[in-house]
Design a protein around this ligand. Sequence first.
Ligand code: F6P
Length: 323
Amino acid sequence: MPRLAVLTSGGDAPGMNAAIRAVARIAIARGFEVAGVRNGYTGLIAGDFLPLGLREVGGIMQNGGTILGTIRCDAMRTESGCDSALAMLRAQNVAVLVVIGGNGTHTGAQELARRGAPVIGVASTIDNDLYGSDVSIGATTAVDVALQSIDRLRTTASSMRRAFLVEVMGRHCGYLALMAGIAGGAEAIVVPEADSDPAVVAEELRAAYARGKSHAIAVIAEGAQYDAEALMHYFHAHRDRLGFELRLTKLGHVQRGGAPGVFDRMLGTQLGVAAVEAAANRRFGISVGLRAGVPATTPLAEVAGKSRPADAGLLDLARILAM
Ligand code: F6P
């Protein structure tokens, strides 16, 4: 029986468990023996494998995080670390390795593929910045979490006529900020993909009060040119002139936690199935993502080292909608 191993790596994302479940159950149905690797590439290098049967992946889809555990593995950034991972794949008789994760995970996967390992990537990151997939596992749930927080902040903002800066994750990508900002009706959105200026953000918030609003909310991506701390610094320095009170809320890792929504459960399932179908057809060195609504593959060599920016063109639309 050929042995398929599956691991999750990098930042956990809601929906990873749905992908693990789909990979395991479809692979078993296709005649593979399935092993899970604990703690990402670190566990792979250490040979930390566990058998994954039908029952081991039961009752996990509704939980956030990953049952396999995940670590950011520095060793996979080194030649010797990649060589050790490859040696362990061979020692463990792994015929297919499925790696579920984002950019760092896919770069590691490409290093293994370059060395001849049969690897398949599955697009999963709340940042939604992976090249080759319109949407990655976890991103939609993370936007929903941010959105719920923004909706809650709005009620206190309105009641006290305050302004809020809400910092969301996303590393160097503004996807979470754009989606949560537009869907949350934010008065200002700041993303790394567009130049920003604290004076312009301040004016957008001030103008919202001038138009008769009782609150003003700015959603700031953590990777923006001027992050939330820098903006707070500017606001404090110009507090008297601006004439409104401002508070900062950093959502941080809250956005990665909690149960995956229906979209991420389905996406994890669809991409997990597609990864095993690719394995059964002996198609390796690819990443499985979603394009135009259907699972699609991209060579790992094209995915690694690239990233997919958010559509900054939506900012113009957001400004009009916030009127
Ligand atoms: O890549 C996912 C992500 O949550 C980013 O949005 C964020 O910048 C980063 O991971 C945080 O990393 P860590 O969990 O290692 O602090």
